[in-house]
Design a protein around this ligand. Structure first.
Ligand code: AMP
Ligand code: MG
Ligand code: MG
Length: 249
C-alpha cells in the first residue's frame, strides 16, 4: 500500500507503509490530516466524495460599472466522477434576465452570449427548477457530492442574490461548496489569480472560450483533475449559514 504526502508544496513524497511504520498508523494520519492521503488505484488520493458538481455562472455585466441587480444568464453544471474524473452528465441552460433584459455589448464580448440566446431562454425560476430536477435524477440520495467553483462568488453571492431577486428558495443542497483556488494553493503553494493565467502556468490548454460558463466548467474540471492527481484532497471550503444566505452574502 502506498500513501502520498500532499498539500505541502515542493514536499510531495510517496511513502511506503512498510518503511515508516504500520499502515494502520498512516491511515489514521491520512484521515486526521490534510498532509497524508490514502492513494486510490487511479493514481490520486482517495476523495471523500463520489461526485464533484462543477458549476460556473455567467451574469449580466458592464465594463467598469456594477450592474444592479446582476442576473444569471448562463447556468452550467458538470457531474464529474470523483474517482475517474469523467464527466458523467451535463446541465446547461441559458437564462433570460428580467431586470436588465438587454445584454450590454461588453457582456456579449466577454461571455460570447448573444441577445437572441437569452431572449429565447426561460427566466431563472424555471431554469432553477430544471436544475433541481436534474440534480435529483443524477444524484442518488445517498451519494456524496460537492459543488466546486473557481472562487466563492457563484454560490456565496450570485445564487443567494438571484434567488432573493426571483423570490424562490435557495435549494438546501446548494449551500456549501469547495473553492478550487484552495486546491491549487494547497498543491502549488501560492494563491492562483485568473483561471486563464493559471491554466497557462499548469500547461493546460484552455478549452473553448474563457468566460463562457460551460467552457469554464470544463476547464475547472480539468484543473481539479490535475490537482487531485498531484495529491490534492477536495474538501468543502465555504457554506452559507442556516439563516437565509441571501441577505448576508
Ligand atoms: P467568470 O466566471 O469569470 O466568467 O465570471 C462570471 C461573471 O462575472 C461574468 O459573467 C460577469 O458577469 C462577471 N465578470 C467577469 N469578468 C468580468 C470583467 N472583467 N468585467 C465585468 N464583469 C466581469
Ligand atoms: Mg466563474
Ligand atoms: Mg465563467
Amino acid at each position: 500500500m502506498c500513501f502520498i504526502l500532499s498539500h505541502c508544496p515542493k514536499l510531495i513524497k510517496t511513502l511506503h507503509a512498510t518503511s515508516i511504520g504500520s499502515s494502520k498508523y498512516i491511515k489514521h494520519c491520512a484521515q486526521s490530516s490534510r498532509l497524508l492521503s490514502v492513494m486510490d488505484k487511479n493514481g490520486g488520493p482517495v476523495q471523500n466524495y463520489d461526485f464533484f458538481l462543477v458549476l460556473d455562472f455567467e451574469a449580466t455585466c458592464e465594463s467598469s460599472v456594477r450592474i444592479s441587480p446582476q442576473e444569471v444568464i448562463e447556468f452550467p453544471c458538470l457531474k464529474v466522477n470523483a474517482k475517474t474524473f469523467k464527466i458523467e452528465s451535463e446541465f446547461h441552460h441559458y437564462v433570460r434576465p428580467v431586470h436588465h433584459p438587454t445584454l450590454t455589448s461588453f457582456c456579449t464580448e466577454l461571455t460570447g452570449i448573444i441577445q437572441e440566446t437569452v431572449d429565447e431562454s426561460e427566466p431563472f425560476p424555471a431554469v432553477l427548477a430544471r436544475f433541481e430536477a436534474w440534480h435529483a435524477a443524477e444524484l442518488p440520495a445517498d451519494s456524496r457530492a460537492l459543488f466546486l467553483t473557481y472562487g466563492d462568488w457563484d454560490l456565496k453571492t450570485m445564487l443567494p442574490n438571484q434567488c432573493r431577486l426571483s423570490g424562490v428558495p435557495l435549494p438546501p443542497f446548494m449551500r456549501s461548496w469547495g473553492n478550487v483556488k484552495h486546491l491549487c494553493a494547497d498543491v502549488r503553494g501560492s494563491w492562483p489569480r485568473g483561471m486563464d493565467r493559471l491554466m497557462k502556468e499548469l500547461g493546460l490548454p484552455l478549452i473553448g472560450r474563457h468566460h463562457s460558463g460551460i467552457d469554464d466548467c470544463r476547464n475547472i474540471a480539468r484543473i481539479v483533475e490535475l490537482m487531485c492527481r498531484r495529491g490534492a484532497v477536495v474538501s468543502e471550503t465555504g457554506s452559507l449559514g442556516s439563516e437565509s444566505g441571501a441577505r448576508n452574502h
